[in-house]
Design a protein around this ligand. Structure first.
Ligand SMILES: *[C@@H]1O[C@H](CO)[C@@H](O)[C@H](O)[C@H]1NC(C)=O
Length: 274
C-alpha cells in the first residue's frame, strides 16, 4: 500500500505541468507575450465553462515564465504551463521599449500589451490586430481546447501543432497585403502592412462598438443574432484561413475550435510563420 501511495504521489507531481514550445519561423524579430484567458474568446463555450467567468485566474495559476520576451528570427523557447492552464500566446510586431515606453499603443505596431516588454499578468490581450493562440487545457470532461483566433484581427501567420497527432489549426498565409483596404494596417516604416484589422476593431476605433453586428454586441450577442454573414469581411479571414477562429461565434463553422484528449498529455508547439 505504501508503495502504491508513493507511486500515485509521483504521478500527481509528474502530470502537474504541460509543455509548450513557441517557435519564431518568421525572417524577422518578433516580441512574444502570453496572458491569462479573456472571457470574450471561446464565447459560445462559456456556457460550458462558466467557471472561467467567476475566476479570471487560470486554475493552477500562471506559468512560471516571463510574460513577454524578444524572439530573434528562427529561435524557439520551451516552457511549462499548468496542467489546467487557460491562456493565450501572441506576437507583437515592430516593438521599441526605449526610454521605458510601456504604452501598449505606441511600444509596438500591433499586439502591444500593458507593461512593456513584460506584459502585465492580467492586462488582457494585445492591442488589435493580433493573431492569438488560445488554450483551455484539461477541462472537466478531460479535453484540451485550443484555436488560432482572428477575433482580434491578424498580425502574424500561425500554426498550433502537437506531438500526438491532434488537429493542427493554422492561419498560414500573410493576410496583410491583400487585406480589404478599410481594414489594412497598421503599416511599418516602409509602408508594408503588418496586420489586418477586423471590421469590429475599425468600427470600435470610430466609436461604434455598441449595438454592432460586426462586434456581436448588445442585441447581436448570440450565435443566432450574430451570424458570420453579418460580419463585414468575415469571408476574407475564413476563406484564407479556414481552420482559424475567425469571429466571436465561429464554432458554427465546425472548423474553428479544436480538441485533444488531455490524457494524451500533448506538447503544443506554436509556430509563427509556419
Ligand atoms: C490605447 O488605444 C485605445 C484605442 O484608442 C484606447 O482605448 C486606450 O485607452 C489606449 N491605451 C493607452 C494606455 O493609452
Amino acid at each position: 500500500m505504501k508503495s502504491l501511495a508513493t507511486l500515485l504521489a509521483f504521478v500527481a507531481v509528474a502530470s502537474a505541468d504541460r509543455v509548450v514550445t513557441v517557435y519564431n519561423a518568421c525572417p524577422f524579430t518578433i516580441w512574444w507575450a502570453w496572458g491569462e484567458y479573456h472571457a470574450y474568446h471561446f464565447q459560445v463555450d462559456l456556457t460550458k465553462y462558466s467557471e472561467m467567468f467567476t475566476d479570471p485566474q487560470s486554475p493552477g495559476g500562471p506559468p512560471n515564465y516571463v510574460t513577454g520576451w524578444e524572439a530573434a528570427k528562427y529561435t524557439a523557447v520551451t516552457f511549462n504551463v499548468p496542467e489546467r492552464w487557460n491562456g493565450r500566446i501572441w506576437g507583437r510586431r515592430n516593438c521599441n521599449f526605449a526610454n521605458g515606453n510601456t504604452d501598449p499603443n505606441t511600444s509596438c505596431l500591433d499586439g502591444g500589451c500593458n507593461g512593456g516588454l513584460r506584459c502585465a499578468l492580467n492586462g488582457g490581450t494585445g492591442v488589435p490586430p493580433a493573431t492569438v493562440a488560445e488554450f483551455n487545457l484539461h477541462d472537466a470532461a478531460g479535453l484540451d481546447w485550443y484555436d488560432v483566433s482572428l477575433v482580434d484581427g491578424y498580425n502574424l501567420p500561425m500554426r498550433i501543432s502537437t506531438d500526438v497527432g491532434c488537429p493542427a489549426p493554422d492561419c498560414p498565409v500573410d493576410l496583410g497585403p491583400n487585406c480589404p483596404t478599410e481594414l489594412k494596417g497598421p503599416f511599418d516604416s516602409v509602408g508594408f502592412p503588418v496586420g489586418c484589422k477586423t471590421a469590429c476593431t475599425v468600427d470600435s476605433l470610430a466609436g461604434h462598438n455598441a449595438h454592432n453586428p460586426n462586434c456581436c454586441t448588445n442585441e447581436y450577442n448570440t450565435p443566432a443574432t450574430c451570424p458570420p454573414s453579418g460580419v463585414r469581411h468575415y469571408d476574407y479571414f475564413k476563406r484564407n484561413c479556414p481552420n482559424s477562429y475567425a469571429y466571436a461565434f465561429d464554432e458554427g463553422s465546425g472548423t474553428a475550435l479544436w480538441t485533444c484528449a488531455s490524457s494524451r498529455n500533448a506538447h503544443y508547439t506554436i509556430t509563427f510563420c509556419p
